[in-house]
Design a protein around this ligand. Structure first.
Ligand code: GDP
Length: 434
């Protein structure tokens, strides 16, 4: 998934262009919960290519001097983006600040498309020529307020996307990542897992700019930990612009089979935890909830029960996810984690037999009659599993409109009871079949 960043000095119209691109010329595929308020990222699509768009203008860095802010924004774009849209203001000509930004982008060696904004009518096109001197080739005239020139600009952006070599993913290896807000203990847990005696760390598989991948094996099973936390600790920028670590987490989630979503037992659950966990759920990944810092909690049975009740109430959408309580610090119960990861991963890629599935569905129909709407009853003809990761089922029916949400939920529960899909979401779609 390629990343495009819009960079430029203040007031050239970065956010207008961002909103334009997201709102009209390209369609939003998803709005990422939690960051939509800031409108910093959007997953977008142009000519069947999906990419993520970043508006660096959305970073608020208090009252630091402008130059430092620009530098920081450019640095984020340079690190995160595959292609950079360098935005200038066609009505003001080249300013010293533009030249400053140009200098930073030059050094990055990233592909840059120069867009000249506020060219609101064809007569103004003359004004773009002076921008050749910035050294980024042909300037693209655009108008954010009138929505002009954006298609040509995006065509050019697409041309500059890096060729993705398809690195074959070894299906026998379980890829997992750890997500959670700062200080929940992601780095500590990665270290604790890798230092566990039953684990053999075979090699450092490769380091991307988004994450550090480490392979290890345990009891004959190979794993790769996709570690974004360690990355953040390395670069100074990520301490100040934590928002950008969300993008990194999203990319890590995309590459994962299983996502460990961490909660801090000491501080309890906050809104941010839910948003972060929501990313894993939406991506259709297997999920294990890890309650870390369990050493700080008094160790009674009822403490676990209370905690569990609390988690279930907050994470209704993760009702399939097992919960593991542990301490990265004291290593207590840390050995219970890997088996849960394995189980979740197996369930995530599990296939069930069609005839057994249909027996389960028929039994379900016998217990709970299908819903009716306007006097018409839902008829279920048969069901089949069409995909794994996550397990996805199609139920053929007389009329999909009659499939009520609560009935779908009931079928999901019956399928779960029968086949045990702990740790993985499952999807059910109703399709018409006459
Ligand atoms: P990250 O930001 O999620 O990577 O969190 P870190 O791994 O850097 O941990 C943040 C802080 O929490 C550090 O001071 C750790 O020592 C502490 N910490 C991590 N795990 C535990 C734990 O299990 N128990 C306690 N008491 N502290 C922990």
């Amino acid at each position: 998934n390629s990343v495009v960043a819009i960079v430029g000095r203040p007031n050239v119209g970065k956010s207008t262009i961002f909103n334009r691109l997201v709102g009209e010329r390209i369609s939003i595929v998803e709005d990422i919960p939690g960051v939509t308020r800031d409108r910093i990222y959007a997953k977008a699509e142009w000519l069947n290519n999906t990419f993520r768009l970043i508006d660096t203008g959305g970073i608020e860095i208090g009252d630091e001097p402008l130059l430092i802010q620009m530098r920081e924004q450019a640095e984020v774009a340079i690190r995160e983006a595959d292609v950079i849209i360098f935005l200038v203001n066609g009505r003001e000509g080249i300013t010293a600040a533009d030249e400053e930004v140009a200098k930073m982008l030059f050094k990055s060696n990233k592909p840059v498309v120069l867009a000249v904004n506020k060219i609101d009518n064809p007569e103004m096109k003359e004004q773009i020529y002076e921008f050749y001197s910035l050294g980024f080739g042909e300037p693209y005239p655009i108008s954010g307020t009138h929505g002009l020139g954006l298609g040509d600009l995006l065509d050019r952006v697409l041309e500059l996307f890096p060729e993705r070599e398809d690195i074959p993913v070894d299906e026998d290896v379980i890829h997992f990542s750890l997500i959670g807000r700062p200080n929940v203990g992601k780095s500590s847990l990665v270290n604790a897992m890798l230092n566990e005696e039953r684990v053999i760390v075979s090699d450092i598989a490769g380091t991307t700019r988004d994450a550090i991948d480490t392979s290890f094996s345990r009891d004959g099973q190979d794993f790769v930990i996709i570690d974004t936390a360690g990355m953040r600790k390395r670069g100074k920028i990520y301490e100040t612009t934590e928002k950008y670590s969300i993008l990194r987490a999203l990319k890590a989630i995309e590459r994962s089979d299983v996502v460990l979503t961490l909660i801090d037992a000491e501080t309890g659950i906050i809104e941010q935890d839910k948003k972060i966990a929501g990313y894993a759920h939406e991506a259709g990944k297997a999920v294990v909830i890890v309650v870390n810092k369990w050493d700080t909690i008094n160790q009674h049975d009822h403490a676990i029960k209370e905690f569990e009740k609390n988690i279930r109430a907050h994470f209704l959408f993760l009702d399939y996810a097992p919960i593991v309580y542990l301490s990265a610090k004291t290593k207590k119960r840390i050995h219970t984690l890997v088996p849960k990861v394995v189980e979740a991963s197996e369930n995530h890629s599990k296939r069930v037999e069609t005839n057994v599935l249909n027996d389960v569905i028929m039994d379900a129909l016998a217990i709970n009659p299908t819903p009716t709407k306007n006097g018409k009853r839902l008829k279920i003809l048969y069901a089949t599993q069409v995909a794994v990761k996550p397990p996805t089922f199609v139920v053929f029916v007389n009329d999909p409109e009659l499939m009520h949400f609560s009935y779908e939920r009931f079928l999901e529960n019956k399928i779960r009871e029968a086949f045990g899909f702990e740790g993985t979401p499952i999807k059910i779609y109703a399709r018409r079949r006459n």
